[in-house]
Ligand binder design. Structure first.
Ligand code: NAP
Length: 254
């Protein structure tokens, strides 16, 4: 990476929404550090696509549910950036990585609860805390929530509650980090046709039709509906947007 470059760190950039965010940010001239949990090959494809488009990119392994690994991860990323750009800092942190859990409340085990809360809330909390010294003043943090934090579909109690926690956290971060001119916002996608949740929205015709039926714009979302919004929130024009929950759902469940 060249010096004075603008850098975004996206968790879960190997597939789905994170992949689209990475590509859209690169189109806007931003270099990208993305993470994957287990799919190195997919992550490498995203890195190659960004490089082919003329920006710099690198992929690092990270399990956002494993807070004990965060210090080493931050050292790895900042060491890489220092070497490539002369500065360990990033401009944008996008907390996107995650998995779904579709289980009725009565059948949700403590183990499953911990897995979801660790990835979607505890991980977001402490990764942001550890990254904070390396986010440039005037930077941005974007936390990915879900429409499910506003409306309720049975079987999503832990997942949606963890996303709700992230939405509250977003407002607190915005308040506390304002002194450093760091804007913090939530993007809450509706149901999107990705691998997420076993690919239900994309592959299950009934589920897909049900979602289309409760969405004002008449279809389920695609990854391409989301990345550009995140890229916009990282643009100079969006600098005054702060502490907001921006739902990107085509008008789902209104
Ligand atoms: P996806 O296509 O399944 O991709 C998930 C991404 O997160 C992958 O890059 C994956 O890495 C990574 N990841 C999974 N578990 C991880 C872990 N423990 N630690 C670190 N990275 C991990 O999912 P998506 O649809 O893009 O979802 C992205 C975000 O949007 C999630 O936060 C999700 O809750 C949210 N969201 C999704 C929908 C939807 O309907 N799709 C709706 C609302 C909100 P690997 O490739 O290595 O597995």
């Amino acid at each position: 990476m060249r010096s004075k470059t603008t850098v975004a760190l996206i968790t879960g950039g190997s597939r789905g929404l994170g992949r689209d965010m990475a590509l859209r940010l690169a189109e806007k001239g931003i270099d990208v550090i993305l993470t994957y949990n287990s799919n190195k090959t997919e992550a490498d494809h995203v890195v190659a696509a960004i490089k082919a488009a003329g920006r710099q990119a690198a992929a690092f392994q990270l399990d956002t549910g494993d807070t004990a690994s965060f210090d080493a991860f931050i050292r790895q990323v900042t060491g890489y950036l220092e070497q490539e750009t002369g500065s360990p800092n990033i401009d944008f942190l996008i907390n996107n990585a995650g998995i779904g859990l579709n289980k009725p409340f009565a059948e949700t085990s403590e183990e499953a609860f911990d897995t979801i809360v660790n990835i979607h809330f505890k991980g977001v909390y402490f990764l942001t805390q550890k990254a904070l010294p390396f986010i440039n003043d005037g930077g941005r943090i974007i936390n990915i929530s879900s429409g499910l934090a506003r409306f309720s579909f049975p079987g999503n109690s832990v997942y949606a509650a963890a996303k709700g926690a992230v939405e509250v956290l977003t407002r607190y971060l915005a308040k506390e980090l304002g002194a450093r001119r760091i804007a913090v916002n939530t993007v809450a996608p509706g149901a999107i046709a990705t691998d997420f949740g076993g690919g239900r929205t994309r592959d299950n015709k009934e589920v897909n039709a049900q979602i289309a039926g409760v969405t004002a714009l008449g279809r389920a979302g695609e990854a391409e509906d989301i990345g550009g919004v995140v890229a916009f929130l990282c643009s100079p024009e969006a600098g005054w947007i702060n502490a907001q929950r921006i739902e990107v759902s085509g008008g789902m469940m209104i």
